[in-house]
Design a protein around this ligand. Structure first.
Ligand SMILES: [Zn+2]
Length: 150
């Protein structure tokens, strides 16, 4: 018997998101496109914020204080720390992107894609019910096993 997965709110949110991504993107091609878009959007946003923070650093505090009413004022040390961290993230994302390109070289036949869809339907039938998912895995032969949630 496998250990019961953590049920804290963060983990539950993760399970829901995880299963939603399987349910809504059930083929290899869709997963490739989804993850490519995800990495690209992550890089774009982090890159733009990094650029913006660097401008604030360059232009000093005058422009910075204009946005203080948003609770958005940072001193130079905070700016430099944030810029360094975001640059690290961007470097990692760039590495991931290079690996993802290798993943995108792979294509499978429609028959294999059908297998992806079938399995996706089995493991993520209801994104709001992790208990059902666990039961489906445990009792794969009896998909109508009663819900034990309560
Ligand atoms: Zn947890």
């Amino acid at each position: 018997m496998t250990e019961e997965p953590c049920q804290c709110s963060d983990c539950q949110r993760f399970y829901r998101e995880h299963d939603r991504l399987i349910r809504e993107f059930p083929t290899l091609k869709q997963q490739q496109e989804l993850n490519w878009a995800s990495i690209q959007s992550f890089r774009t946003l982090c890159g733009k914020v990094t650029d913006e923070l660097q401008k604030r650093l360059v232009y000093g505090d005058d422009k910075l204080h204009q946005s203080s009413e948003d609770g958005n004022n940072l001193n130079n040390e905070e700016l430099e720390t944030a810029i360094n961290e975001l640059e690290n993230i961007n470097a990692y994302l760039y590495s991931i992107e290079a690996l993802m390109e290798r993943i995108f070289d792979i294509k499978v036949s429609d028959k294999i894609e059908a297998n992806f869809k079938e399995i996706a339907g089995e493991i993520a039938p209801d994104p709001l019910n992790i208990d059902r998912l666990i039961l489906n895995r445990l009792f794969h032969q009896t998909p109508d096993f009663p819900d034990r949630k309560n």
